[in-house]
Design a binder for this molecule. Structure first.
Ligand SMILES: [Zn+2]
Ligand SMILES: [Zn+2]
Ligand SMILES: [Zn+2]
Ligand SMILES: [Zn+2]
Ligand SMILES: [Zn+2]
Ligand SMILES: [Zn+2]
Ligand SMILES: [Zn+2]
Ligand SMILES: [Zn+2]
Length: 1885
């Protein structure tokens, strides 16, 4: 507690001479002057009377609290003459807080570091986390749910190493204290300010609804903000505030109206105070508290009448009354760094705690309220010493338990377990609101928090009355939510109460249990454990009495409750006492009678669990399954199923074995199944469930025998076992493993996790599959896990679904087969493991297996497995496993007494189901050898049963057809069993006396067997199945006529006979031998002599006698028989004898058998060989097919054209018919059209741009990101548009970099008619589809890929007859022919179906750009034909350029490491360029209305001598040739020339255009040559046009007269010297894009294989040779770009006559002509010309922005960043990965014309395609046209996992592979074909 300034203490008693007038005078002075005055007053006198008068005016309670003027006055006064901002800054300077204490509310992003934490609740604000050093720590980021506060600097919560430099005890040691007068006004004012707040709250105490409450707090919002601001000034101001809040005297003086009354003048105030007090007292009365037990009535925190001593206490009171308003809560928490205040706040909170619990119950929004309560309590109770003081001083623990108990006591209902009428137990009603809404959650959460402190927990456990209350409380959960099995009809509605019940048991019972138990690690603390156990036990006994359960036979088989918290407390504390405190069972356990009663309910839960699994509860609906699954799932299993199993294990060892087994048998109700009486087993109603229940019974026994979880397994082994269990069910990610590991409620030891994991699992890197699927990093079991650790019993214990168990078996089978340990046809049995020994404090539960009762049970199971057809192999495997464990448990030495015991001499009468008396002793060896002959059925056949049977007319054998469906047993297994059980012969007991057992006990006793025999004897010569053979042989010796007679005696006697018996005649050993034989399909299959395991051979099945546990049924039975034989000699002897008895051997048989085996071996060897051969052949075939496929796809068009002469036929994928494409019945190619801006994103910089992560970077970035082809081109077009006529410049360029049309195909064809019908059928479908059919979308009928158009296939394709052949080969004549062809260009007029189809395809292409194109012509006017041709030719250009881009930006061969060429990842498999050219060509030809040939003549340098000689035009508004793009001209010429053009023509076009391009490039490069060098070239005497110098000279000479070149004075710095090599490289670089396009065209049109280009330097030279621009070989040194120039005519005369009427110009004349044209333009607009000359540039591949490795960098910068447009912080900040633009995803703020920002941006930036990184989730959203998908994350954690929405908050790192995949999908336009979940975004992203 801190001292409070005296001035305040004396207010009440100060003389009242104040006059309001003086205050008014002060006010008139203005705020600053008044403040200065007040400050000096406060500094001088402890009783600043003027201030108080002023405050009386300012803070008048009758005014609204939020008056701006009043608040402003307060701030100014407080500042004492400075401005409030100055004051705040100064006070801040004295902030010496050692802790951060930043308070946050829900959704705030904070950090948690497990390495640095002491308390698990520790959390850090982002700033403190960033500034602290947590490198390599185990930390995560999280989004706060309930709100919290930063713990930086708090040594009780976290280690000092994690503090930031600002916080921690050492951080502020040198900080000066604030000077005394700084805070004097604040000290005087603060109590009055707080009083004003309290008055406001009192004034509003009448409000009732939560809306009104919210409004009342909102009314004070500005006032509270002021208080928040004060608190934010730091420790100095907080001290003043907490002083005012916690001083009792201040509170008394200011609130006591008696004392106020003495101030006569303030009558008004006094009146107000009186009223205020009245309201306050009323409010106190209205907040009820739970009635405490008498002894705690006087405890302040429990007493009925609340008394407040400080402002703080009253403020907390109002906070409670107003249901924890956020702003008030934060205000209270803001000051927590003040230690004294923290104590006071905690006290005040505890004082109201019991009342808070009452609030929770009543609240309308318990969830929100709970969060806000915990927001406070977690700050207070996490501190151990504080919690301890609260427990001591204010009985915090009692308050908590009483509150919990009180809350539950209101919702109790009478329990209905067992006989409801005699049950006087009351349990909670799980349907009540308190249970369903988790109203108790804040209370148990706080209780857990305080119990995590050892001192507090020990205090709890040392207090009997507390424990007594606690178990009273838990009793209310005991037996809650009773389920009653529906047997007649399905329940009508499924209650969802079970969820409430399970969460209550976990949260309110188990969590505190584990908290308490975790402290009991020391033997010295034994008294605590004992006290808990004592109280628990008496609670259990009380409960048993209350439910009237006094005898274990009173079990109720139709009801179950999964909730036994008392049993589980007993179990868990007992386990801890023995494990950690070395207590003995004896000290803990109650007497056996009580123990026996105690085991019944956990056993009942187990049985019910299995009943539910087997479908007995199916009529109770899904919810009952939910309960069974919840019972065993990872969050609950430690507290529920494991505790139950452990308790039952202890009971199994402490109760008489026979009693225990009987009890289990009774509860599982499987006796019917085990009975030999046909009246039990033949009832088809019970059989199905009972079969499964028997398996469940055996599973349960196996679990009981072999689980060691609580019987001494070390923590490390336990972790491994649980991991293995999870991994065997399927590969898991790291986080799945963490999440699914059974957790002791927060006690999980993470430190061992990684090392144990690496032992049992290997990690598989996150993979990218070929199809683009992305896998995460996964863990899979190591081989030794399958060999030694995979434990099917433990899987059965943990598998929530049966399929989990099955998949573990499947995985195991796969492993066994892969390693060759399993033949491919047989199925392995689950490899049950021999359990490890138990801790010495326990007896091994396997002791049950030594009991003769158990032996008899196993006998019955084996017998049934042999005789009945419907016993699943799983059941048999479990029985064999149990028997194997029994053998393992038996000591090999045989005691003399046992040997002496005569076990076979005397035959006694044994009775069906009387398992205890089947065998005489517990001696296993003897019991194995004992042959059971006759079993009496003592029961009377009851009337009812026989009536039932009669009514059903169940023939004796028919039930054998009833094979349970849905079990996981291999087909074929069941087939092998003889259908027998039905035939159990009934023998009257009186016959027994005269009866002698048959000499051959295996005699076929069963009628059905005879039938089988006769069949087999008839077919004996035929090829019998092994099984038939086996059966035949098994029984071969039993068909002697003697036996036949013998058997006849066994006919059933008359029905009236009451005592009957069944002849069995088997021993366990004989049963095993027969089962082995049947399972292996060979008679007498078990070979005892083979008992020494051979040395293991890799990749071959292991021997049964080895230690391996991988094998099938015969393997395990053989294993068991070997063990039996080894156990004692009598057994091995007995086995041999029995074998002989069943299968007597003749020598021939022996020989035959051996011969047969030899044959078998030979056959197998042959089979193996054949299989190998077949495999090889398949592989070869696959390889060939693959090779052919790749060839085909590359050469698609080529092949078709070259091999087929006239008619090319296509297969229609709809009708399946092949036909050629004709004018009348055209075929089409399935295509997908997409708008694309990929080309526009080509970069000027070779380095990809980096996503900016600081403001500074962002500034630089915004400039460099502009340097793209798209934006440069935009500028050029703008300039062209200024200078020239549209009709001219539109023919000088291609468009399409911003919104080009990209065409791709899957390569499938269809009839146009068929498609139309297909589309119509799609249209008429009513159901919603993922296709926009109305926009022409469809899925390719064959490959299902998305398509939206179809390219009609021109009949010309493949038709060689119409090839235009050249008559001449000389270049001038070819050039002349081209001119003529261009001029002729006969457009067809006739409309045919194929023309219509082509028109439709064209329309589709126009539509896909969504009007982007219309941007270039005037809206309203119809587009000119030039403009349309521009669009058409641009499509060709776009597709060619995209092709280049997809090949990596060059035509360099993509060489892999071995040097072999491979296709680029982005390269499409098939091109549809040729059919596309046909479609576009047809349109272009119809549109070309201007003399195209003139352009051609100008390029090629030919003149039509008959017409105008002046080809060279000088029109000003025409684009000079040297400014035209040669590639654009190429596309035009190509479209306007006939499609089937000979290669000579094509090459001529390329040659001529290259000439132009060369001079364009050269001009651009030398345009800034210095004066000196220009003069040099001007004066060059010889002009050789095959050299660079010659060409420069030509250009300089032609242009020197004009205004184009700049002289040195203009150029200045940029004037360049001549550097031959440099200039050559530049020129080549500018020429390359054209050459690439030309080469691709040549490749597609003429099927020529592209040249291999080994390196980028070689690309130019390889391409000019490929294009035949150069044909002669030459030395590398002589090569330069100029050698690729080809002129129609040499350098000589100016003109040469060629093909009349054309003449060819000389090269010089041609170039000179081009230059003159340019000069005439330069004469008019010099600057523009100079600019436009610079039009070639090197462009680099389009790339996505480079991202940082560490995701946190992105998160820190972009998360909570404002949108530049709307300045709000979007909830899902998203960044465009192409340009770095931030958009408000899904928000309305930036919506325009109903289109959200991201969609709008996708159109602007990516022509409809965009990739956004959603910063708040780390995921990538791809928008593709009208669709969008969640693409996945390119950031993975260190385990290769995604963390969508940053739920785990672990550090994330860039996955380069994934990011590359994203980029590739973008570049290759493949998004539409990726296998993602695409949704219609409806413009809402
Ligand atoms: Zn902090
Ligand atoms: Zn800090
Ligand atoms: Zn740390
Ligand atoms: Zn068709
Ligand atoms: Zn297809
Ligand atoms: Zn963008
Ligand atoms: Zn925005
Ligand atoms: Zn916005």
């Amino acid at each position: 507690m801190n001292l409070v300034p005296k001035s305040v203490l004396n207010i009440g008693r100060s003389e009242n001479m104040a006059s309001t007038s003086s205050a008014h005078v002060l006010m008139k002075k203005g705020k600053r002057a008044a403040a200065t005055y007040v400050h000096s007053e406060c500094a001088q006198t402890p009783i600043p009377k003027n201030l108080h008068e002023l405050l009386d005016l300012i803070l008048k309670p009758s005014k609204p609290i939020d008056e701006w003027e009043a608040i402003d006055w307060c701030k100014w006064l407080m500042a004492g003459g400075r401005t409030p901002d100055e004051f705040s800054a100064i006070v801040h300077g004295y902030d010496n807080a050692t802790t951060c204490g930043l308070v946050w509310t829900a959704n705030f992003v904070a950090y948690r570091c497990r390495t640095c934490s002491i308390s698990p609740c520790m959390s850090l604000c982002s700033e403190c986390f960033q500034k602290g050093n947590h490198d390599g720590h185990d930390f995560n980021m999280f989004r706060s749910q309930a709100g919290g506060a930063c713990d930086c600097g708090d040594t009780s919560v976290m280690k000092e190493t994690g503090f930031c430099e600002k916080h921690g005890p050492k951080a502020q040691v040198n900080k000066a204290a604030a000077p005394g007068d700084l805070m004097c006004v604040a000290e005087a004012m603060m109590p009055r300010i707080i009083l004003r707040l309290i008055q406001h709250l009192r004034q509003n105490s009448h409000v009732k609804t939560s809306e009104e409450m919210k409004q009342a707090i909102k009314d004070a919002d500005a006032f509270l903000t002021m208080l928040h601001d004060f608190s934010a000034m730091g420790a100095a101001m907080r001290k003043v505030m907490t002083g005012a809040l916690t001083n009792p005297q201040v509170y008394k003086n200011l609130t006591d109206y008696e004392s106020v009354e003495t101030r006569a003048v303030c009558k008004e105030i006094a009146e107000f105070m009186r009223e205020s007090k009245r309201v306050y007292e009323e409010a106190i009365k209205s907040l009820p508290n739970p009635e405490p037990p008498d002894e705690y009535k006087d405890c302040p925190s429990l007493q009925q009448h609340l008394v407040h001593h400080t402002f703080l206490e009253e403020l907390v009171f109002w906070t409670v009354v107003f249901e924890f308003p956020q702003k008030t809560v934060c205000f209270l928490l803001n000051m927590l760094p003040d230690v004294d205040y923290k104590e006071c706040l905690t006290q005040a909170f505890v004082l109201h705690y019991s009342r808070i619990s009452m609030m929770l119950e009543k609240s309308t929004d318990p969830d929100a309220l709970s969060n806000r309560v915990v927001h406070v309590s977690v700050q207070l109770f996490s501190n151990e010493s504080l919690a301890m003081r609260m427990a001591d001083k204010l009985h915090l623990l009692h308050v908590m338990v009483i509150s919990l108990k009180y809350m539950m006591s209101n919702i109790l209902i009478q329990n209905t377990l067992h006989d409801a009428d005699k049950n006087f137990h009351y349990a909670v009603d799980c349907a009540s609101t308190i249970m369903k809404d988790h109203c108790y959650w804040p209370l148990v959460s706080d209780l857990n928090n305080v119990l995590s402190h050892k001192g507090v927990a020990l205090k709890f456990m040392s207090d009997d009355s507390l424990l007594n209350m606690w178990f009273d409380f838990l009793s209310m959960f005991q037996g809650m939510n009773v389920n009653t099995r529906e047997t007649t009809q399905h329940i009508e509605f499924e209650p969802n109460t079970y969820y409430a019940a399970f969460s209550a048991e976990l949260e309110a019972s188990a969590y505190p249990m584990w908290s308490m138990v975790s402290h009991l690690t020391d033997p010295e603390l034994m008294p605590y454990t004992k006290r808990v156990l004592k109280n628990c036990l008496s609670a259990i006994q009380e409960w048993l009495e209350a439910i009237n359960f006094t005898s274990e036979s009173a079990v109720d088989t139709c009801k179950v409750s999964f909730h036994l918290p008392l049993h589980r407390y007993f179990s868990v504390f007992m386990c801890q006492a023995i494990k950690q405190q070395k207590m003995s069972l004896k000290e803990i356990l109650p007497p056996p009678e009580v123990l026996h009663l105690m085991m019944i309910h956990p056993l009942r839960v187990q049985v019910a669990f299995y009943e539910i699994l087997t479908g007995k509860w199916v009529r109770n609906g899904l919810q009952i399954k939910g309960q069974a699954m919840t019972y065993i799932q990872c969050n609950f299993c430690n507290s529920m199923v494991d505790a139950d199993i452990y308790l039952l294990q202890v009971c199994a060892t402490q109760l008489p074995p026979s009693t225990f087994i009987q009890t289990v048998l009774d509860n599982f109700q499987v006796k019917d199944w085990l009975s030999l009486s046909p009246y039990h087993s033949n009832n088809i109603f019970v059989s199905k469930h009972n079969d499964q229940m028997l398996e469940s019974f055996l599973t349960f026994l196996s679990v009981l025998m072999s689980v060691r979880t609580n019987l001494g397994l070390t923590d490390a082994s336990l972790i491994q076992l649980e991991m293995v269990t999870l991994l065997c069910m399927g590969d898991k990610t790291h986080s799945q493993l963490l999440e699914l590991m059974p957790e002791r409620c927060g006690n999980f030891q993470g430190r061992d996790f990684e090392s144990e994991l690496s032992e049992v699992a290997h990690y598989r890197q996150p993979n990218l599959e070929a199809g683009g699927n992305m896998q995460q990093g996964m863990y899979a079991p190591r081989p030794h896990v399958w060999e030694n650790m995979y434990d099917p019993v433990h899987i059965l214990l943990r598998a929530v679904h049966r399929r989990d168990f099955q998949s573990s078996l499947d995985n195991f089978t796969e492993y066994a087969r892969q390693t060759g340990q399993m033949k491919s046809k047989s199925t392995p049995w689950p490899p049950y493991r021999t359990p490890s020994p138990v801790d010495e404090a326990y007896e091994d539960p396997r002791k049950l297996l030594k009991c003769k009762t158990m032996h008899a049970v196993i006998f019955s199971v084996l017998l049934r497995a042999l005789k009945a057809s419907n016993v699943p192999e799983q059941t048999l495997s479990l029985a064999v496993f149990l028997l194997e464990m029994a053998v393992d448990m038996t000591e090999p030495q045989i005691s003399a007494t046992e040997i002496c015991q005569n076990f076979s001499s005397e035959r006694k009468q044994i009775y069906d189901l009387d398992f205890q008396n089947w065998f005489d002793t517990d001696w296993l060896s003897a019991n194995l050898r004992t042959q059971i002959d006759l079993v009496c059925l003592p029961e009377e056949m009851d009337e009812c049963r026989s009536a039932d049977l009669a009514a059903l007319e169940v023939p004796h054998n028919s039930n054998m057809a009833v094979v349970p469906a849905g079990l996981n047993f291999p087909a074929g297994f069941i087939r092998g069993f003889p259908p027998l059980m039905a035939g159990n012969e009934l023998v009257p007991v009186n016959a027994l006396t005269t009866y002698y057992p048959p000499s051959t006990p295996t005699a076929a006793l069963f009628p059905s067997m005879r039938a089988l025999e006769s069949v087999s004897s008839e077919t004996v010569s035929n090829e019998n199945t092994p099984m038939q053979l086996a059966l035949e042989n098994v029984e071969s010796n039993s068909s002697s006529s003697d036996d036949e007679d013998e058997r006849r005696k066994w006919v059933r006697k008359e029905e009236s006979s009451k005592y009957q018996a069944v002849y069995v005649g088997e021993s366990i050993i004989s049963l095993l031998l027969k089962l082995h034989s049947i399972l292996s399909g060979v008679p007498d299959s078990f070979d005892l002599n083979d008992c020494e395991p051979p040395a293991p051979v890799p990749n071959s099945p292991p021997h049964p006698a080895s230690n391996s546990r991988i094998g099938d049924g015969p393997f395990f039975i053989a294993k068991l028989l070997y063990k039996i034989a080894k156990m004692d000699p009598m057994c091995s002897e007995y086995i041999a004898q029995t074998k002989l008895r069943i299968w007597p051997k003749t020598e021939e048989e022996q020989e035959a058998k051996e011969a047969k085996e030899r044959e078998e071996r030979r056959r197998r060897a042959k089979e193996r060989q054949q299989k190998l051969m077949a495999e090889f052949a398949t592989k070869q075939k696959q390889f060939m097919e693959k090779a052919r496929e790749t060839e085909c796809s590359e050469m698609d068009w080529v092949e078709e054209e070259n091999t087929v002469i006239n008619t090319l036929e296509y297969d229609c994928v709809i009708c399946g018919q092949s036909s050629p494409s004709t004018e009348e019945k055209p075929m089409g190619l399935v295509v997908l059209l997409q708008a694309s801006s990929v080309l526009g994103h080509r970069k000027g910089n070779p380095e990809p741009e980096i996503l900016p992560l600081t403001d500074e970077d962002r500034l630089k970035f915004s400039k460099s990101i502009e340097n793209t082809f798209g934006s440069e081109f935009e500028k050029r077009v703008a300039q062209l548009n200024r200078e020239f006529d549209g009709s001219s410049w539109q023919l000088a360029v291609n468009l399409g970099c911003e919104s080009g049309v990209h065409v791709q195909t899957c390569g499938h064809h269809l009839h146009m008619d068929c498609l139309l019908a297909y589309l119509n059928s799609l249209m008429s479908q009513q159901r919603p589809t993922s296709l926009a059919v109305e926009r022409g979308e469809y899925a390719c009928p064959l490959c299902r890929q998305l398509a939206n158009s179809v390219l009609p296939l021109s009949p010309e394709l493949g038709d060689c007859s119409i090839l235009v052949r050249s008559r001449n080969t000389s270049m001038p004549s070819v050039a002349a022919e081209i001119s003529t062809l261009l001029q002729e260009n006969p457009p067809s007029v006739r409309s045919t179906p194929i023309k219509e189809a082509m028109n439709r395809a064209m329309e589709d292409m126009a539509k896909i750009t969504d009007g982007h194109f219309h941007h270039y012509h005037n809206v309203g006017n119809p587009p000119t034909s030039q403009c349309l041709v521009l669009f058409v030719s641009s499509i060709v250009r776009t597709n060619l350029e995209v092709d280049v881009t997809q090949r990596g930006g060059t035509l360099c061969s993509n060489l892999d490491e071995a040097g072999a060429a491979s296709t680029h990842a982005t390269q499409p498999k098939r091109s549809c360029l040729v059919p596309l050219l046909h479609v576009l060509g047809m349109h272009a030809k119809n549109l070309a209305t201007w003399p195209v040939w003139q352009t051609w003549q100008q390029v090629a340098g030919i003149v039509n001598s008959q017409t105008d000689q002046a080809v060279v035009k000088t029109m000003q508004k025409e684009v000079p040739l040297l400014l035209k793009d040669p590639s654009a001209l190429l596309t035009q010429f190509l479209l306007l020339l006939p499609m089937r053009l000979e290669q000579t023509h094509f090459t001529c076009v390329i040659k001529s255009l290259f000439n132009l391009l060369y001079f364009e490039s050269l001009l651009q490069v030398i345009s800034n040559l210095s004066d000196k060098w220009r003069a040099h070239f001007h004066n060059l005497s010889t002009v050789d046009l095959s050299t660079l110098e010659g060409c420069i000279s030509l250009l300089v000479n032609s242009l020197h007269t004009g205004q184009l070149f700049m002289d040195d004075s203009e150029l200045g710095e940029s004037a360049r010297e001549f550097n031959k090599a440099e200039i050559e490289v530049e020129v080549q670089a500018y020429c390359l894009p054209f050459l690439r396009i030309a080469a691709l065209l040549r490749h597609y049109l003429y099927g020529e294989v592209l040249p291999e280009v080994a390196s980028e330097e070689r690309e130019f030279v390889r391409l000019v040779y490929f294009l035949e621009l150069v044909t002669d070989g030459m030395e590398w040194s002589k090569f330069n770009a100029a050698v690729a120039l080809n002129w129609a005519h040499g350098d000589g005369a100016p003109t040469t006559p060629t093909v009349a009427p054309f003449v060819t110009l000389s090269a010089k004349t041609i170039v000179d002509g081009w230059c003159q044209e340019l000069l005439s333009m330069a004469a008019v607009s010099q600057v523009a010309t100079r600019n436009l000359v610079q039009h070639h540039q090197r462009w680099h591949q389009p790339r996505l922005l480079r991202l940082p490795d560490n995701y946190d960098k992105i998160f820190q910068y972009y998360h909570r960043r404002q949108c530049v447009k709307c300045h709000s912080v979007p909830r899902e900040t998203s960044v465009c990965l192409l340009c770095g633009t931030m958009v408000c995803l899904k928000e309305n703020c930036c919506k325009q014309q109903n289109v959200c920002e991201a969609v709008e941006h996708s159109m602007k930036c990516g022509a409809g395609t965009a990739m956004f990184l959603v910063v708040t989730s780390s995921y990538i959203i791809v928008i593709r046209g009208k669709r969008a998908c969640l693409w996945g994350s390119v950031y993975l954690d260190s385990f290769g996992e995604e963390d969508r929405d940053l739920k785990r908050g672990k550090p994330l790192y860039l996955s380069p592979g994934r990011y590359q995949l994203l980029e590739q999908q973008w570049l290759s336009h493949r998004f539409d074909h990726t296998n993602k979940k695409w949704v219609w975004h409806r413009d809402a992203l």
